[in-house]
Design a protein around this ligand. Structure first.
Ligand SMILES: [Zn+2]
Length: 88
């Protein structure tokens, strides 16, 4: 049977049983390398994205939420303290 690369259709010769007219789909060395490279780049990219989204965007978002909450508490405290005269 013929062995053909699934990705680039490269003829990789034949394999047993030789009288079988079917086509065996494999992966040639070049495509395997490219796949590995792509996988590596993808994983690198996803790691970089995760770092960017978690450590930067996430931190900024959390900081903004924290400051907003702090501001609301501060304003509320000021409003309450101005309403209630202390040490009359
Ligand atoms: Zn190939």
């Amino acid at each position: 049977m013929k062995v053909i690369c699934t990705w680039c259709k490269l003829d990789m010769g034949e394999k047993e049983p030789l009288d079988d007219p079917k086509i065996f789909h494999g992966q040639c060395g070049r495509c395997q390398k490219e796949m590995e490279m792509e996988h590596y780049e993808m994983s690198q990219r996803s790691i970089a994205n995760q770092i960017r989204s978690i450590n930067f965007k996430g931190a900024v978002y959390e900081l903004a939420c924290f400051l907003l909450t702090l501001g609301v508490i501060l304003v509320a405290t000021l409003m309450i303290s101005s309403l209630i005269p202390i040490g009359e």
